[in-house]
Design a protein around this ligand. Structure first.
Ligand code: PEP
Ligand code: MN
Length: 358
C-alpha cells in the first residue's frame, strides 16, 4: 500500500537562507538565558538562521537534568526577537505543543522516543491541527520505516504540510563506535519514497561524540540529504546534557566549511556524456551478471537432480564453508570487502538451495 504525503518542500518554508546544507543548530538543552543567548549569537554571527534548544528533555534516568520547562520558552522568544532567528524545540505531548504555540515557537520536532509511539503522535497531531507549524519527525529509536511514515501521516492528516524528517540513527546493542547505528539504508529508502520532503541528518545524536561529527555530516551530504541538525553549545564541556557531542559555534562553522558539497547532478555536457557512457557499461555488466546467475542456477538444478538420484542431502555444509572462505579471500585481494562478498554469495547460495529443491 502506498502512503501518499501532501507536503511543502523545506526550501519553501522561508527559514533556510543558506544554500545546502540547511542547518539547524543550538544546544541540546536550554540551560539559562545567558547560555541560550551566547550560543545563539555565536551561531547567528556566521549565518545560522534556525536555532534549536531542548526545553523538555527525555532522559533515560529520572533525576538527570530534564530541561528547564516553560521559562526556557521565554529565552527562545528573546532569540527570535533580538536575533531574528527561527526557534524550534522538541515536543512530546499536547501540553508541550500548546506552550510552544503560546510562546511563538516557529517550528517543533518530534524526538525518537515519541515518533515510536502512535498514541503520542496522534495526541501531538491533534494539538497541532489548525496551525501551519513546520514539524520535523525524527526516526523512531527502532529501525521501523512504517512507524516513521505513520507518524508523518498522522501529522499530514491533521492538515500539516510543512513536514520534514531527521535521521538520527537507531538504538543498537552491537559494538559500534557511535552512540546510535547510522542505518543509512533506511534514510535512502525514505528519501527515495518521498524525494520532495525536507530531509535532515542529526550527526550529533548519531555520533554521541564530537570526534565523529565531520565524517557523519559528510556522509549525509554525500547521500544528498538537504540539511543537518547539529548540537552547539557556547561551553560544551559544561553542558547539562550531551556534553561530549556538542560543538562550540566556532567549531561548527569550521565543520560546515570543511564539508565537500556535491550537487546531486551537473548540467555540464561533458559530465553528462561521461556518466551516460559509464552507466551504459554498468547496464551491460548487470546483464552479464544476470545471465551468469541463470547459468549457475541451471547447474544447481542439475546438481539437485543428481543428488536425488544418489540419495544425497541438498545442503553440504562443509563444501559451502570452504567455497565461501575462498571467495572472501579472493574478493579481498580484488579490493571488495569480505562482508559484501559474504552477503552476495549467501543470497546466491540460498537461491541455489531453493532451486535444487524444485
Ligand atoms: C535531542 O535532539 O536533543 C534529542 C533528545 O534527540 P533524540 O530524540 O534524537 O534522541
Ligand atoms: Mn541531545
Amino acid at each position: 500500500m502506498s502512503h501518499e504525503l501532501d507536503i511543502i518542500p523545506g526550501t519553501a518554508w522561508g527559514c533556510f537562507t543558506l544554500p545546502r546544507p540547511m542547518c539547524i543548530a543550538g544546544p541540546c538543552s536550554a540551560e539559562s538565558e545567558e547560555q541560550v543567548m551566547e550560543t545563539a549569537r555565536g551561531l547567528a554571527a556566521f549565518g545560522i538562521h534556525v536555532f534549536r534548544a531542548g526545553i523538555w528533555k527525555p532522559r533515560t534516568h529520572p533525576g538527570s537534568f530534564e530541561g528547564v520547562g516553560v521559562p526556557g520558552l521565554k529565552w527562545l522568544r528573546k532569540v527570535k526577537q533580538e536575533l531574528g532567528m527561527w526557534v524550534c524545540t522538541e515536543v512530546a505531548s499536547e501540553k508541550h505543543v500548546l506552550e510552544c504555540i503560546k510562546y511563538g515557537v516557529d517550528m517543533v520536532w518530534i524526538g525518537a522516543r515519541t515518533s515510536a509511539n502512535p498514541f503520542l503522535m496522534q495526541e501531538i497531531a491533534d494539538a497541532l491541527e489548525g496551525t501551519d507549524m513546520p514539524v520535523l519527525v525524527k526516526n523512531p529509536v527502532n529501525p521501523d520505516i512504517d512507524l516513521w511514515i505513520g507518524a508523518l501521516e498522522r501529522l499530514n492528516r491533521a492538515g500539516l504540510r510543512r513536514l520534514g524528517v531527521i535521521h538520527r540513527g537507531f538504538s543498537t546493542s552491537a559494538p559500534i563506535p557511535y552512540r546510535n547505528d547510522p542505518g543509512w539504508k533506511m534514510a535512502i529508502e525514505l528519501r527515495t519514497r518521498y524525494p520532495r520532503m525536507a530531509f535532515f541528518a542529526d550527526p550529533s545524536h548519531m555520533a554521541g561524540d564530537r570526534k565523529y561529527l565531520l565524517e557523519l555530516s559528510q556522509r549525509a551530504m554525500d547521500l544528498g540529504l538537504d540539511g543537518l541538525m547539529v548540537e552547539s553549545h557556547c561551553n560544551p564541556d559544561c553542558a547539562l546534557s550531551d556534553a561530549k557531542q556538542q560543538l562550540t559555534p566556532r567549531d561548527l562553522q569550521t565543520l560546515l566549511e570543511s564539508l565537500a558539497i556535491r550537487e546531486s547532478t551537473s548540467q555540464d555536457e561533458s559530465y553528462r556524456d561521461g556518466i551516460e557512457a559509464l552507466r551504459a557499461r554498468i547496464d551491460v555488466i548487470d546483464d552479464n551478471l544476470l545471465n551468469l546467475l541463470n547459468d549457475r542456477m541451471n547447474v544447481s538444478r542439475k546438481i539437485g537432480e543428481y543428488k536425488r538420484e544418489h540419495n544425497v542431502a541438498i545442503l553440504q555444509a562443509g563444501r559451502w564453508e570452504s567455497l565461501l572462505s575462498s571467495m572472501e579471500e579472493r574478493a579481498e585481494a580484488l579490493g571488495i570487502s569480505r562482508d559484501a562478498i559474504r552477503a552476495i554469495m549467501t543470497a546466491i547460495h540460498d537461491e541455489s538451495v531453493r532451486v535444487q529443491k524444485l
